[in-house]
Design a protein around this ligand. Structure first.
Ligand code: 5GP
Length: 182
């Protein structure tokens, strides 16, 4: 079990900044899908906190479903192969699907997800991500709604983990010196 080193974290995005932006995204999505069907697909586990907040700012009827993926480690970088650990419960054919992602880094995960979901013939497929590490992108993925563009730094909190911890922090933080040492 890793130790809890919250004192070795520096806040990067405050709870207030995140809440304000998520509310804005929810309002925009509500406007864009007004009068239409909407189905949110979140990627476990990192996206659960973002999804839970975002959906409460979406004022139009919508349903949700989950998917879990894991990459093949180093192979992902070169091949973009992503393994599905948990598939969706419901079919998406003919539905307006909005993928809810916590963070886009190289883009491989989203690119793969996008391709397999498109094969299932949704009426439309868009992507919302909270954090976009643009400069790290290796494969181009169209992202329709972006919370924050961030530099190439490792972040934790608001659903994002380090060794499965820190997902519960209401803010997003960057590890300071000593965080990774035991
Ligand atoms: P991609 O396939 O775009 O390279 O990777 C996306 C996934 O990598 C995210 O869903 C997330 O699980 C993980 N990831 C990328 N950057 C970070 C980060 O800064 N912090 C954490 N905790 N996970 C990250």
């Amino acid at each position: 079990m890793s130790t809890w080193k919250i004192d070795k974290l520096e806040v990067y995005l405050t709870k207030e900044q995140i809440q304000k932006r998520v509310a804005e995204l929810g309002a925009r999505i509500s406007r864009d899908y007004e009068g239409q069907d909407l189905h949110l697909v979140a990627v476990l586990k990192g996206s659960v906190v973002f999804l839970a907040d975002l959906m409460r700012h979406i004022t139009i009827p919508h349903s949700i479903d989950f998917m879990a993926t894991s990459s093949y480690g180093a192979a992902t970088e070169s091949t973009g192969i992503v393994r599905i650990l948990k598939d969706l419960d419901m079919p998406i054919i003919g539905r307006n699907v909005l993928i809810v992602e916590d963070i886009v880094d190289t883009g491989y995960t989203l690119d793969y997800l996008r391709r397999i979901l498109l094969e299932r013939e949704p009426a439309s497929l868009r992507i919302v991500c909270l954090l976009d590490k643009r400069e790290r992108r290796e494969v181009e993925v169209p992202i329709d709604y972006i919370g924050f563009e961030i530099p190439n730094v490792f972040v934790v909190g608001y659903g994002l983990d380090y060794a499965e911890l820190y997902r519960n922090l209401p803010y997003i933080a960057i590890p300071k010196e000593g965080f990774l040492e035991d």
